[in-house]
Design a protein around this ligand. Structure first.
Ligand code: SF4
Length: 278
């Protein structure tokens, strides 16, 4: 008898994974896919709102996978050192571990788990594609059928879901205080979610007092970043980048909608995190 099969698709609250869920529901409706979201407990309210809308479209509940220990517990375990691009303990403990615990129940019985991941056709990123566990098979449907960023936007628009609301001010899902944010996004977090900004500031103060070499944002504390003259400078620099980017963009006669300029397109490229930002 062939082993039982499961199909799972991780939603990050981001654009690409939402579009993949819509795509799978539309083009592979016979697959009984379990959708899941690993909740760090520090997510933007806009993410929860978007997941609710997505559940409406999919006609299915999205499983919330909660970490067994929260951010504060792990922060203590890591000696109060903030996570950073160099030591990304948050992704490991709060996103990947809960997923591994969840699928272990199937894999330990010798069952097969197909995990659908939203890597687009225009992305070269290879890291994390293969699974180290027998029976866990990673599938990349957008790569297979050639769906790129414009294709993702088309899927979301056609479905009526559109983009998550945070796209008005930030282009990544994930924790309110994610260190992958650009400085302009910190400024906007301060305006949109002042409490979350204050919480990040408090974490940072405590971490620095405990000897953490990392601040959330490169080279300056949030206290420094929040000074009016610094905010004005960050805004100015950002607007200049947007203007340069727009001036370079070639018009596309095949598409009448203008693609949004992602923050990642403007600043030195950082690989997206598959677990948090897809
Ligand atoms: S969103 Fe950022 S801070 Fe949150 S777990 Fe992912 S990498 Fe870490």
């Amino acid at each position: 008898m062939s082993p039982r099969e499961h199909h799972v698709l991780g939603l990050s609250g981001g654009r690409d994974s939402a579009a993949l869920a819509v795509y799978m529901r539309t083009y592979h409706p016979h697959l009984d896919i379990s959708y899941f979201f690993t909740d760090t407990g520090k997510e933007l309210p806009e993410v929860h709102e978007y997941l609710g809308r997505l559940e409406g479209f999919l006609g299915k509940r999205v499983h919330r996978l909660n970490p067994d220990r929260d951010f504060d517990f792990w922060l203590k375990q890591y000696n109060d050192f903030l996570p950073s691009p160099q030591t990304r303990w948050c992704t490991r403990q709060l996103k990947i571990r809960p997923f591994e615990r969840w699928v272990r129940q199937f894999l330990d019985k010798g069952e097969i788990v197909y995990s659908y991941v939203a890597i687009r056709a225009d992305e070269n990123y290879r890291e994390g594609y293969s699974s180290k566990r027998d029976g866990l098979i990673v599938k990349l449907p957008f790569k297979d059928v050639g769906i790129d960023k414009a294709g993702v936007l088309d899927i979301l628009e056609a479905s009526g879901l559109g983009l998550p609301r945070y796209y008005e001010w930030r282009s990544r899902s994930g924790c309110t205080f994610c260190f992958f944010q650009q400085k302009i996004e910190w400024v906007r977090l301060m305006e949109r979610h002042p409490q979350a900004f204050e919480e990040a500031k408090a974490y940072e103060k405590s971490a620095v007092a405990h000897g953490s070499p990392f601040t959330w944002s490169d080279g300056e504390s949030l206290e420094e970043l929040a000074k009016p003259e610094r905010i004005a400078q960050i805004r100015r620099e950002h607007e200049q980048r947007v203007a340069r980017r727009r001036a370079k963009a070639l018009p596309n006669p095949l598409r009448n909608n203008t693609e949004p300029v992602d923050i990642d397109d403007l600043y030195a490229h950082q690989k997206p995190c598959l677990a948090c930002h897809k």
